[in-house]
Design a protein around this ligand. Sequence first.
Ligand code: CTP
Length: 156
Amino acid sequence: MEKKLKTVITYGTFDMFHIGHLRMLQRLAEMGNKLIVAVSSDEFNALKGKKCLISYEQRAEIIGNLKMVDLVIPETHWEQKVEDVQKYDVDIFAIGDDWEGKFDFLKEFCEVKYMERTKDISTTQLKKSLSKFLTIPKEDIIRALEVLEILKKDLE
Ligand code: CTP
């Protein structure tokens, strides 16, 4: 019997692309024959109070160049999901389980799956790690460099 072709759609910000993003997209691609990724626009992120390090254009370019992704579309507002599911004849809507239950209203139109996330990594965590570097006061860095210089001279 011929296997039914399935279209999968997912939504996300995908800022500072990391291993959790990659693994999620790999698993989603295995669930069907066509994977559509809606990448949130910078304007939509601003609306959500989220600020990305990487612009929409670059985030969309990275996602669009992954071999498991067939189509990238912008996510510009909360209400577009039903429209997208119908427009692209989507069979499965899937997203990380941090959104568990939030998109059950789509069950009327397609299958809805909440996927387990990769542990111990997120863009928020990466940003936090980065901010630790940035909060070291400039004077402390200068002082540390001076100390290193003194130690170096002592060794000469
Ligand atoms: N994702 C995942 N495992 C992670 C991080 C993200 O499976 N460790 C999934 C999310 O559940 C989502 C997709 O990747 O389906 C895009 O997630 P996004 O919100 O862009 O990534 P986060 O790293 O969670 O970003 P943030 O910390 O800003 O929420």
